[in-house]
Write a new protein. Structure first.
Length: 488
């Protein structure tokens, strides 16, 4: 790595390579949520059912879950510029194909290609950040990253709602296309390589096990919306079994030093706690993100655009607080932010258990802002603490593992709250309760489950250290731990 890139940025400035990657990541993550409001249009224009139309989001999530486990290996084998060019080139191709898609099948293929590019960007950003930013500045820079990755999902439904008011769903891709092209060209002009690529062959059986295992698990969890729980449960079981085979294969490959996903990251206690906290918090957050629009649109009668505008302040607050949270982390450490943040998450979700048909919108807005601000207080320090506890050569694998489990947590959180809500409301209707009251009661129970999950977040927050200062010593232990584990 060059001295210029490895040295601290002068004057506390964010390195150019990080600025470029944050901008690109903002574009691809914005696209991830931009199709949420387009489902009715797709059903009419392409003559598909609602379940089929939902695949534009499900297929995106499945592809992310299948591809992200391979990014740890990929990012160690190619240069920063090549990884960026591949990710943005693939995303650009998928966007162009989606814009001109003559049929739903082609649109679905375009979304899958888009997801393949998106899957590389987040691990690339996190790995590069941990490599080029000195420890004392990581909180501040990670806060700027949080701004991008928090505001983008919040803006996605709002942007799509505005576009769909005046144009076709194709404009959601047409508008993204030139922006992506400009960002890609800017990145290729300004981006410098970070570190040296390492030689090593890929284990294709691990790729297959990861794709089928994680993809199957996410797919099975996404199918729990139906009344038939047997088939999804079997798919989840099969996916879990393949993941177990994948894990065993990685432990065997550790002997030669060429695993697809280096599992030594899990032997860092700080990283493991951060991973659990992030996954459970993400699960609770995604559950609430599913329930709130259902409540606002199906029960309170708001339009998709009105719903997007109501939840936008929370997303913006989360993003705009990111840099401040980062600076506080650099100064005071993680515990003073993560513990209050985790308590705020639980309090907000507990507040949502009191929803009713007459609950004022300002109360909903306040609870959502509290949830998003609390997540901002937790996410930035936990990202930094978790990855900071790893040695540098495991950064790519750590961010890959984190990204993979986020996709699984998103699917599990969604499946959990929808299943709880449906089971409760169906049971009440069968007992003679009117459908609206039954649906509302089902949502309250689902929010209660999310609030219960947040108690796990509080427990992990209490166990986390304030700083990952012991990372170098722990790194030496990690380098020798797995070979001994494999021998045993």
């Amino acid at each position: 790595m060059s001295a210029e890139l490895s040295a601290p940025a002068s004057g506390g400035r964010t390195p150019t390579v990080i600025r470029v990657l944050v901008l690109a990541t903002f574009v691809v993550i914005l696209n991830e949520t931009i199709m949420i409001n387009a489902i009715p249009r797709l059903m009419a224009d392409l003559e598909v059912t609602e379940r089929a139309a939902q695949w534009v989001s499900t297929a995106f999530m499945l592809t992310m879950a299948a591809v992200i486990p391979t990014t740890g290996w990929f990012l160690q084998r190619v240069s920063t510029r090549r990884a960026y060019a591949v990710a943005m080139g693939v995303f650009l191709a998928g966007t162009a194909l989606s814009a001109v898609a003559p049929s739903f099948a082609v649109l679905l293929l375009g979304r899958i290609i888009q997801a393949g590019g998106t899957a590389v960007m987040m691990p690339l950003l996190m790995t590069t950040l941990m490599t080029v930013v000195p420890e004392q500045d990581r909180g501040r820079v990670m806060g700027n990253v949080t701004l991008a990755i928090s505001v983008a999902p919040a803006l996605g439904p709002v942007v799509s709602g505005m576009v769909l008011q005046i144009g076709s769903w194709r404009w959601l891709f047409v508008l993204v296309l030139p922006i992506t092209a400009v960002v890609t060209l800017l990145g290729l002009r300004r981006l410098e390589n970070v570190g040296e690529p390492q030689a090593g062959a890929i284990d294709w059986s691990s790729v297959v096990f990861a794709a089928l295992g994680f993809g199957g698990l996410v797919f099975g969890l996404s199918r729990f919306e139906s009344d038939n729980y047997t088939s999804p449960a079997l798919i989840v079981a099969a996916g879990s079994a393949l993941i177990a085979v994948f894990v065993f294969r990685q432990l065997r490959l550790q002997r030669t030093g060429t695993p697809l996903l280096d599992l030594r990251v899990l032997l860092s206690s700080t990283y493991a706690k951060a991973l659990v906290l992030m996954s459970v918090a993400f699960m609770a957050m995604l559950g609430s993100m599913i329930l709130l629009p259902l409540y606002l649109q199906n029960l309170r009668g708001l339009s998709p655009l009105q719903t997007g505008l109501l939840v936008m302040p929370g997303g913006l607050a989360m993003g705009l607080l990111g840099p401040t949270v980062g600076r506080l982390f650099d100064r005071f450490g993680g515990r003073v932010l993560v513990i209050p943040g985790s308590v705020g998450i639980a309090a907000a979700l507990a507040g949502f258990t009191q929803i009713s048909m007459s609950m004022p919108y300002w109360q909903l807005l306040a609870l959502h802002v509290l949830l998003m601000v609390s997540l901002a207080a937790a996410f930035t320090p936990v990202f930094t603490l978790g990855l900071g506890a790893l040695p540098q050569h495991l950064y790519s694998h750590g961010s890959s593992m984190l990204g993979t489990l986020q996709q699984v947590a998103a699917a599990f959180g969604t499946a959990l709250v929808v299943t709880v809500m449906s089971a409760r409301s169906t049971g009440l209707v069968a007992d003679g309760t009117d459908p609206v009251t039954a649906h509302l009661d089902g949502m309250r129970l689902a929010f209660l489950v999310s609030a219960a999950l947040a108690l796990v977040v509080i427990a992990m927050a209490v166990l986390l250290p304030s700083r990952a200062a012991a990372a170098p010593e722990e790194a030496d232990e990690l380098d020798t731990a797995v070979p001994e584990l494999v021998k045993s």
